[in-house]
Design a protein around this ligand. Structure first.
Ligand code: TXA
Ligand code: MG
Length: 322
């Protein structure tokens, strides 16, 4: 178990210190409403390089730049379509990332050499306060992937980040402890490069919500060749084997809505009351199954066209294993 030397409270002083650490080129893991992010100054190549080292992530995978408001769109992006502005107005701050044509500021070390850049305004108050203080120091944006080692489940608490990355961080890095992430799965990623939006990764901002705001029929994602690491088949996987929608048998771990009974001899990891709780707790549930040493985790996934789409996406990836 990693030590807790990096964990910091979220007092005003601690947030100011964290903003200064970012500005000085160090790493700060911070809470967002989706999952915890591992942040670095998005204009500092050396700092961004360390994100890849600490995560063990291939360097051609692009990073999302986190900013305090849509005003920052024009410094990081160009040729922004009207529908992207509508999406930004409707869902920021919130669990949505827009992929836009990059400006000069978005260098190859952020975009993985692509001509586009991902931007997000998170709604978590601690994330926003950290970003605001960073911008007050002259910072322009914080690059942050999920704060897990490459291919692992995203962390939804500071302790999860500590366990994942504690052995890889340096003395001048820190982890802001801001409680449990409220959404629990990563942001909806929407490609806004062409005439119509394309969902690259489903999330809490759903297809229906996007259609309503843009009034545009969503393009088909089939055949897309973008380097989205979330598209790798083996991803988001715990050590425990995840099996979807199968009746659990004795000795297996089980996650399902509270209305579903636990068969005899089955270990119930969690019984969320609704689909939002399900999403919020799913990664912690996978981590718990790992920690308890279960070889198999059965997940009964709720059906629906809302955040259920994102849930089944992540669970299918987890079920593909390592
Ligand atoms: O909710 C989230 O989005 C979290 C929090 C911390 O903001 N971040 C997150 O980052 O999930 P990450 O790096 O773990 O996943 C972002 C995904 C990656 O699959 C990356 O390849 C893709 O977004 N991405 C980033 N920039 C891109 C771009 N310009 N074009 C296509 N995909 C991009
Ligand atoms: Mg990730």
């Amino acid at each position: 178990m990693a030590n807790s030397q990096f964990l910091s409270t979220c007092s005003a002083d601690a947030l100011q210190k964290a903003a200064e650490q970012l500005k000085a080129g160090h790493l700060v893991a911070f809470p967002t409403e989706t999952v915890y992010g591992l942040g670095a100054d998005a204009t500092n190549e050396e700092a961004v390089k360390r994100i890849y080292e600490v995560k063990g992530r291939p360097s051609n995978h692009p990073l999302i730049v986190h900013v305090t408001s849509m005003n920052a769109l024009e410094i990081w992006a160009q040729d922004i379509p009207d529908y992207a502005i509508d999406l930004a107005r409707a869902f920021w701050p919130g669990p949505m990332t827009l992929i836009l044509k990059r400006s000069e500021l978005a260098k190859d070390f952020i975009t993985g050499g692509q001509d586009s850049v991902g931007i997000r305004v998170p709604s978590d108050p601690i994330a926003l306060e950290l970003l605001t203080r960073f911008e007050s120091l002259g910072g322009l944006g914080v690059a942050a992937p999920s704060a897990n080692r490459f291919g692992q489940v995203s962390p939804t608490s500071a302790l999860d980040v500590q366990v994942e990355l504690g052995n890889y961080l340096s003395d001048s890095d820190s982890i802001l402890a801001g409680g449990q992430s409220k959404v629990g799965i990563e942001s909806t990623i929407i490609d806004c490069i062409s005439v119509a939006p394309v969902i690259l990764r489903p999330g809490a901002v759903t297809i229906a919500m996007i259609n309503l705001v843009t009034q545009i029929e969503l393009a088909n994602t089939d055949g897309l060749q973008l380097r989205v690491s979330g598209h790798l088949e083996k991803h988001y996987a715990p050590i425990t084997k995840v099996i979807i929608n199968q009746t659990p048998t004795p000795g297996q771990a089980f996650i399902a809505l509270s209305t579903i009974q636990t068969p005899k001899g089955v270990y119930r990891i969690s019984a969320p009351l609704n689909v939002n709780e399900f999403a919020r707790d799913i990664y912690a549930g996978m981590r718990k199954a790992d920690a308890l040493g279960f070889s198999e985790l059965i997940v009964e996934v709720p059906e629906g066209q809302g955040i259920e789409v994102a849930l089944i996406d992540r669970l299918k990836k987890a079920a593909n294993g390592r």
